[in-house]
Structure formats: structure tokens, C-alpha cells
Write a protein that binds this ligand. Structure first.
Ligand code: SF4
Length: 483
């Protein structure tokens, strides 16, 4: 071996043995992807990687992709075009940049990604992240790998828990995946194809993860799943547990001050879950409950398996259980066959529920889904016009909800310093950012705030009491009976 070769080899050995390799993860889409990205980072930081914020100096770049939005795959390919330049630069500098595509686009596209983007070394589906170290070893020895099979083993049994330091760096709120996949097969949605059938984690493992987060300082847990209230994990007694049961189990965890869950399907809101809203003070009075359309005809065409009346009845039952409940939703405008009359039903349901907020999108076909093949697609200019009207309607209710907060007092969980010196920012029970002047020692604590002003996206307030709730002194957060 020549001198240059020996020197390169020495550099490589030095790099592998003395220094941590640099990992950059770019996450697209929903909270489930953010959670998965954290799990990959936690796993790889135990396997001689360190996370870095920018891709330029990375040894490994992971794009954790989402397939929900329009042209999702095309956006990933154009990002890979930019990464190709980084890979070329790294090669000129004598080191190998490994590129991995993870998430739902990886699951949906598989081998096609390697064909269209030779810059990629690893294509890995959402159920296979625990195999990343083994796949990286294969790539180090020159292979390219695609791993999108749904495995028989549970990835959560193999993914490393976050260190206390990593948890603290991520703040006082955390997501915990309790359920993955979906069996509903709404006719517009790719999730059942990319994430597979519904799978739920056992109660004991979730409780252990939540207790670990709380010990490291997390005070608010959001349970997440593609269809989270279809949760059916194994309880401690070996029998199936519902999401309601799980919430009752978690409400007593020391240090956990707040619980939330998302995203729910109206069909899976059972009595036990409604009882949890009635009985658990820790369960926040805000629920994201997508309805998608207010028209029975369109709901049937979407295969949503509930009617408008059933949805409204559910909202009423939840309001009886918890009168201060606020609702948010998702809407799809211009689903194939949607008439002006159907759309008027959607506007009416927004007025009837009085949503605190909602996400709304124009329908766009997802290849492979039943609705994509329908020949009664709505013209784009009609969708655009309807979306603008729907968003006006949603904005009106959102502003009214926020205006109504003025003069009220809320318990606010403080999360971080504000932009102004001496300011801290927290969240109301309804997830609104609340800015107050107060000491940074409030971060991680709940304090009562009187709302004195309302901005377009934030509330402003004054601390009403300096008596903060000490997390360690919390009793199980129950206000009644249930479980
Ligand atoms: S319930 Fe949600 S995740 Fe499941 S198919 Fe319908 S829209 Fe997709």
C-alpha cells in the first residue's frame, strides 16, 4: 500500500474508532414521524453517531418521509438531488456520506428509490428502524439495501430508549407512539398501505416509557397513533385494553401533569374514552376529531363509516362529559363527486360544532387509493374557491374561540423562554401558546394565568398565582370515578 493509501486508511480507522460519526435527520410530516426520528437518533447515538443540525458535514443523512401530502415522493426526489451534491463533495474529501430514505415514501416506493436516485444507500420502511445498525454495516461494506418488509418482531422492543439528557433537550412535552397502522381504509388515504394493519403496544411498556420521560422532566405526554383511539394493546392482566383504559393507567404516573392523544377516528370514540374525558383532570379538554366532510353522501363515498348525525351526537356526548371541551378537525374539500350542496353541509357542520381550529386541504388523488380512480374529480378552480370559503368559516370560529379566552384564567404549562427578556411561553389546555412575563424557573411547571390579550396565534397573560404545581407532589390526576 502506498503512503497516500496508508494515510487514508489511518484516517478511516481514526474516524471509526476515535470520533463519533455525524448524523443528520430531516423529518417530514406528522408527529409520528417526529417520534420515529427521535427513536432513530436515540438508537444511532448509542451506535457511535452524534446528531448534527445541518446536513453539510454529515456522515449519514436520513430523510424520514411522509406520504400524506400531494407530490410527496417528488419532493423527496428533489431533496435527494441536493444531497447528491453533498455526497459528491464528501467523496472528493475522501469520506463516504451514507444516505437513507425512511418513512412512508420509502415504504411506498421501495426499490424504485434506488433506481431513480442512485445517491441513496438505504431504503427503510417505518416498521424496520431497529434494523438500521445492521443495514449500515452492510452499506459500509459496499451494499445498497431495501428493507420494507413488515417484520414479525416488535420494533419497539429493539429501539433504544432516549437518554435522560436527550429527553431534557427535547423539552417538557413529548410524544409517545402507542399504536401504528390503520384498518379503516378511507378511500382517499394511503396510510393503511404504507403503515400496515393496526398494531398496539402493551400497556406496561407504554407506562414504563412514560414514567421514564416523567423522571427526566417531561410533564405533558401526547399519545400518538395513525388511528390512536383504535388502540387495543394488552393490559397488565393480559386482556385487551382500550385507549380509555390506557389513559386511566397513565393518569397516575408520578410527574405526568397533562395527557393528550391524537389522531382519532369518530367511530372509535367509545364510552370508556368519553369517561376518561369526564374523570381525568390530566386529560386536556381539547380533542382533534377529524370529520373530513359534513355531507353524508361524501362521508359514505370516503368510507368514513359514520354519518353527520352520529358525529354531532358524539360531540354532544363529549360536551356533556366535559363541558369545557374544544374540538379541532381535518377537512377535505372537493372530494370526487362533491356538489355545492355537499359543500354547504360541510360549512354547516363547522358552524354547528364551532371548532376552535381545523386543518383543511383540497382533495388530491393518491395513487393506489380507490378515490384516485373515480372519474368525477372536481375541477381544481372549484376546489380552490371552496377551500377559501371553508377557511374563512374556520378562521371566524378560531378567532371567536380565542377572543372568548380574554378575561379567563387558564392553567398554563410553561415550556421555554420567550423572545423578550423576562418572558416565558407555555401552552393553555387548548394548546394555544401563552406568553407571560415571569421567571424561567416556571419552565416545566403549571401556573394559573389570567388572559389579558389575544393575538392571531398567541394569547398574552399575567401570572395569577405564583403557587406552581410541583410535579412530584401530584396526586393521580382524577376528578371522579372511572376506569
Ligand atoms: S382513519 Fe385516518 S389513517 Fe385510517 S385510512 Fe382513514 S384517514 Fe387514513
Amino acid at each position: 500500500m502506498g503512503r497516500a493509501g496508508r494515510s487514508r486508511r489511518f484516517c478511516k480507522i481514526f474516524r471509526n474508532s476515535k470520533s463519533l460519526r455525524k448524523l443528520h435527520v430531516k423529518s417530514y410530516g406528522c408527529q409520528m414521524n417526529v417520534y420515529d426520528s427521535h427513536r432513530m437518533i436515540d438508537l444511532l447515538t448509542r451506535n457511535s453517531y452524534a446528531e448534527i443540525a445541518a446536513p453539510e458535514d454529515a456522515d449519514l443523512i436520513i430523510l424520514n418521509t411522509c406520504h400524506i401530502r400531494e407530490k410527496a415522493a417528488e419532493k423527496v426526489y428533489s431533496e435527494l438531488g441536493r444531497i447528491r451534491m453533498l455526497k459528491r463533495k464528501a467523496a472528493l474529501g475522501g469520506h463516504k456520506l451514507i444516505v437513507a430514505v425512511a418513512g412512508c415514501v420509502a415504504q411506498a416506493e421501495g426499490e424504485e428509490i434506488l433506481r431513480r436516485a442512485p445517491v441513496v444507500d438505504i431504503v427503510i420502511g417505518p416498521q424496520n428502524y431497529h434494523r438500521l445498525p445492521a443495514l449500515l454495516a452492510q452499506v459500509e461494506s459496499g451494499a445498497k439495501v431495501v428493507d420494507t418488509e413488515f417484520p414479525v418482531e416488535d420494533k419497539f422492543d429493539h429501539l433504544a430508549p432516549a437518554t435522560a439528557m436527550a429527553i431534557r433537550a427535547r423539552g417538557v412535552t413529548a410524544f409517545v407512539t402507542v399504536q401504528e397502522g390503520c384498518d379503516k381504509f378511507c378511500t382517499f388515504c394511503v396510510v393503511p398501505y404504507t403503515r400496515g394493519a393496526e398494531v398496539s403496544r402493551p400497556v406496561a411498556k407504554i407506562v414504563a416509557e412514560v414514567e421514564g420521560l416523567a423522571r427526566a422532566g417531561v410533564r405533558e405526554i401526547t399519545l400518538i397513533g395513525q388511528n390512536v383511539n383504535a388502540y387495543h394493546g394488552e393490559a397488565e392482566n393480559g386482556r385487551p385494553a382500550t385507549l380509555g383504559h390506557l389513559l386511566f393507567s397513565l393518569a397516575g404516573a408520578p410527574g405526568v401533569l397533562r395527557l393528550r392523544y391524537t389522531t382519532s377516528h369518530p367511530r372509535d370514540m367509545d364510552d370508556n374514552l368519553i369517561a376518561a374525558h369526564r374523570d381525568l383532570a390530566a386529560l386536556m379538554p381539547q380533542l382533534h376529531l377529524p370529520v373530513q366532510s359534513g355531507s353524508d353522501r361524501i362521508l359514505a363515498a370516503m368510507n368514513r363509516r359514520h354519518t353527520r348525525a352520529e358525529y354531532l351526537d358524539l360531540i354532544a356526548r363529549l360536551r356533556i362529559a366535559r363541558p369545557d371541551m374544544a374540538f379541532t378537525s381535518d377537512f377535505i374539500v372537493g372530494f370526487p363527486g362533491e356538489t355545492e350542496e355537499d359543500f354547504a353541509d360541510t360549512l354547516r357542520i363547522v358552524d354547528e360544532v364551532g371548532y376552535a381550529g381545523a386543518f383543511s386541504f383540497k382533495y388530491s388523488p393518491r395513487p393506489g387509493t380507490p378515490a384516485a380512480d373515480r372519474d368525477d374529480q372536481v375541477a381544481d378552480e372549484v376546489k380552490t374557491e371552496r377551500l377559501a370559503r371553508l377557511q374563512d368559516c374556520i378562521d371566524r370560529h378560531h378567532s371567536a374561540f380565542n377572543r372568548n379566552c380574554a378575561g379567563q384564567s387558564f392553567e398554563v404549562l410553561f415550556e421555554k423562554p420567550g423572545r423578550l427578556p423576562g418572558q416565558v411561553v407555555g401552552r393553555s389546555p387548548y394548546l394555544q401558546p401563552v406568553q407571560v412575563m415571569g421567571p424561567s424557573s416556571l419552565i416545566g411547571e403549571i401556573a394559573t394565568v389570567r388572559i389579558t390579550g389575544v393575538g392571531s396565534n398567541s394569547l398574552f397573560g399575567a401570572l395569577r398565582s405564583v403557587e406552581v404545581q410541583e410535579a412530584d407532589d401530584q396526586e393521580p390526576a382524577l376528578t371522579g370515578t372511572g376506569g
